[in-house]
Ligand binder design. Structure first.
Ligand SMILES: Nc1ncnc2c1ncn2[C@@H]1O[C@H](COP(=O)(O)OP(=O)(O)OP(=O)(O)O)[C@@H](O)[C@H]1O
Length: 290
């Protein structure tokens, strides 16, 4: 059974895809001269409105590089990458376009502590994002008011508005990062190992919050993770990357219930969580070659 290449159209609410990647490739100059690193190799996928697509794979498989190309933090070496039909493959020339790109696709990092401005209070962090993305439309007072509403919607009430990031827990900081992303009213949020640094119980709270947000507004997630238990909870579809290439893809529930590709099987077997029935790697190797 080959599930590697079918391009399914299984978005949660249908419609045209928001993000389309076709034959995406990224080559970095390597540490050794004339020995480049092929970080991403012939990667294709679509992300549909209101859908959560997970990109999974072990460390170094190229997940983050795909996401960084999507938000314009890395150039595209080859292939096509578009958001709402507009190509991002050639990079961005004008500041106005960069702002629009940022408005459309927001990025939430694994470690919100380093991505949040430690000298700004929580309310200011979110209000700055509101003001930046609302253009000339929002006064300072309006931006602050909107920031309070958004913070409230991610579970951070009035008492958090004047706190600094270092006064918050990891989960609370991640809520601020999500609020800051929502302030742009994006079509897509890239969540790059966004719950990886959190305790399991806090992870569950953030995953619930992300599910609630998606139920309330139209937003798609590109959810990057090495953790299949987490991916199983949140994503509709997933692609599996190994050494820069997509080696498996499909609906998450189906792929994880019955992983066919040996790499997906080995990833699943490596998940040390309640609820999984880990299969020993030796047995997997036998099954994979049977
Ligand atoms: N700026 C860079 N210069 C050179 N090589 C890079 C650069 N960025 C990433 N790479 C290499 O590209 C490959 C893919 O890295 P990438 O960070 O995309 O993987 P990943 O799956 O997201 O892993 P992780 O979860 O550890 O971040 C790795 O071999 C990495 O060392």
């Amino acid at each position: 059974m080959n599930r590697t290449h079918p391009v399914e159209r299984t978005g949660a609410s249908g419609g045209d895809p928001i993000v389309v990647a076709r034959g995406l490739r990224k080559v970095f100059p390597g540490p050794v001269k004339d020995d480049p690193v092929i970080a991403v190799d012939d990667v294709s996928f679509e992300l549909y409105p209101n859908e959560c697509l997970a990109i999974v794979g072990e460390s170094g498989s190229g997940k983050t590089t795909v996401a960084r190309m999507l938000v314009g933090l890395e150039t595209v070496t080859e292939g096509e990458l578009s958001v709402r039909g507009e190509s991002r493959a050639k990079g961005v020339k004008h500041l106005a376009d960069r702002r629009r790109w940022a408005r459309e696709v927001q990025y939430v990092f694994q470690d919100p502590y380093s991505s949040l401005n430690g000298r700004q209070r929580v309310g200011e962090i979110v209000a700055t994002s509101v003001a930046l993305h609302a253009g000339r439309g929002a006064t300072r007072t309006e931006a602050r008011g909107r920031a309070r509403e958004i913070l409230d919607s991610v579970g951070l009430g009035e008492r958090f508005v004047d706190k600094f990031p270092h006064q918050l827990s990891g989960g609370q900081r991640q809520r601020v990062a999500i609020a800051r992303a929502l302030a742009a009213d994006p079509a897509v949020i890239v969540l790059d190992e966004a719950v990886a640094a959190l305790d399991v119980s806090i992870q569950a709270q953030i995953l619930n919050l992300l599910a609630d947000i998606r139920a309330e507004r139209e937003v798609s997630y590109l959810f990057i993770s090495h953790d299949l238990a987490v991916v199983n909870q949140i994503s509709d579809r997933m692609i599996v990357m190994e050494q820069g290439r997509v080696v498996d893809r499909g609906r998450t529930a189906e792929l994880l219930a019955d992983p066919v590709h040996p790499y997906t099987r080995s990833l699943r077997a490596a998940v040390p969580r309640p609820g999984w029935k880990p299969v020993r790697r030796e047995r997997l190797a036998v099954q994979a070659t049977a």
